[in-house]
Design a protein around this ligand. Structure first.
Ligand SMILES: C[S@@+](CC[C@H](N)C(=O)[O-])C[C@H]1O[C@@H](n2cnc3c(N)ncnc32)[C@H](O)[C@@H]1O
Length: 332
């Protein structure tokens, strides 16, 4: 992806010893992105990448999902990071650059920053509406840490030029977001992170584990319908990008565990036969026809450790909760 569209903005110069620096790489190739999105919707079966969940409303809905009783991954990962914080800091080291991949509201990183004392914190996310306010909050809480935001789509390329230097770096990828990539693409992303890891660097990553179907499916089918709203809101975001007229209320939320693939799948199912306009094209949907919106792969800890080893990591530490519901790895 071309890097020439990078632009810098400065935020909150007066709140922090360092200004917050924002590097925006998202608009590098908007026409190509738009064309790929339209082609995926016109295809049969239709699909939309989960990266389109995260407009401003989607980011807020995801934060709400993290508070739901059914959604065990967030509270379990937080409890592991809290309980094992001292050992995590010992293994990862202090005074590093700390790169938060898919940082969102930066809440998990802010739990670790006081102990890790990074010299620079870099929030990387496709969603500026999530990281910009979060970095402003961090600037007040951590005035001595240099703060950088990189708005980018790292499913295309993880380009951190201008954001980090060659010094030791801890990469942080929480939330089991690695599960949104199929195992081949997950390996490619881990290889790229490994490539960026110089002397003294490592990866701290949270991964959801395989467990009984009922608990997995409940986590993506909450009683309040927040996950359903998050899923349907993707169609509002798509409308705004491709000049579409999807009616989100005409699609039902479907989420189930595909055990053979080891993944939760989310879909939007047409509640009746309907026709949708997308950028001048007409896309007819039969009643019951689905748009595939997300995969969330689950891993046995040993399966994921193997993926880390295949990406070139060798020293692997693992922390889990007592119920083994979630796994946090450090790898270098
Ligand atoms: C499941 S949320 C996790 C948020 C937070 N790290 C946590 O653990 O609670 C995934 C985050 O990754 C971001 N994201 C999703 N796809 C992305 C992509 N292709 N490139 C960059 N960021 C992406 C989203 O905007 C969102 O903030």
């Amino acid at each position: 992806m071309a890097q020439t569209a990078a632009s810098l903005h400065w935020l909150n110069e007066r709140t922090s010893r360092h200004a917050v620096r924002l590097i925006d790489r998202l608009q590098a190739e908007p026409q190509g992105e738009r064309a790929a999105l339209i082609a995926a919707i016109l295809a049969s079966p239709a699909s939309v990448s989960p990266k389109y969940f995260y407009d401003a409303i989607g980011c807020t809905l995801f934060e709400a999902i993290c508070c739901l009783p059914e959604y065990y991954p967030t509270r379990t990962e937080r409890s592991i990071l809290t309980e094992h914080r001292a050992e995590i800091v010992r293994v990862a080291g202090t005074n590093r650059q700390f790169v938060d991949l898919g940082a969102g509201d930066c809440a998990k990183a802010s739990m670790l920053l006081p102990a890790l004392q990074p010299r620079r914190y870099i929030a990387v996310d496709i969603a500026a509406p999530a990281i910009v306010p979060a970095l402003s909050r961090l600037a007040l809480a951590f005035p001595r840490v240099e703060l950088v935001g990189v708005v980018t789509d790292f499913s295309a390329e993880l380009d951190l030029a201008d954001a980090i230097d060659a010094g030791p770096t801890t990469f942080f990828y929480p939330g089991s977001s690695i599960g949104n990539f199929d195992p081949v693409d997950a390996l490619a992303l881990l290889l790229r992170v490994r490539e960026l890891c110089g002397e003294g660097s490592g990866l701290l990553i949270g991964v959801d584990t395989k467990k009984e179907r009922s608990r997995l499916e409940a986590a993506y089918n909450d009683a309040l319908g927040v996950t359903a709203a998050f899923n349907r809101n993707l169609l509002n975001h798509v409308n705004s990008i491709v000049d579409g007229d999807f009616d989100p209320s005409a699609f039902g939320h479907v989420a189930f565990y595909n055990e053979a693939q080891g993944r939760i799948e989310m879909h939007l199912e047409a509640l009746s036969a309907q026709s949708v306009q997308i950028d001048g094209h007409e896309r007819a949907f039969d009643a019951g026809e689905r748009i595939h919106t997300e995969n969330s792969y689950k891993y046995e800890p040993e399966e994921f450790a193997d993926l880390l080893r295949r990406a070139g990591f060798s020293q692997i530490s693992l922390w889990q909760d007592d119920a083994r519901d979630f796994a946090v790895f450090h790898a270098k």
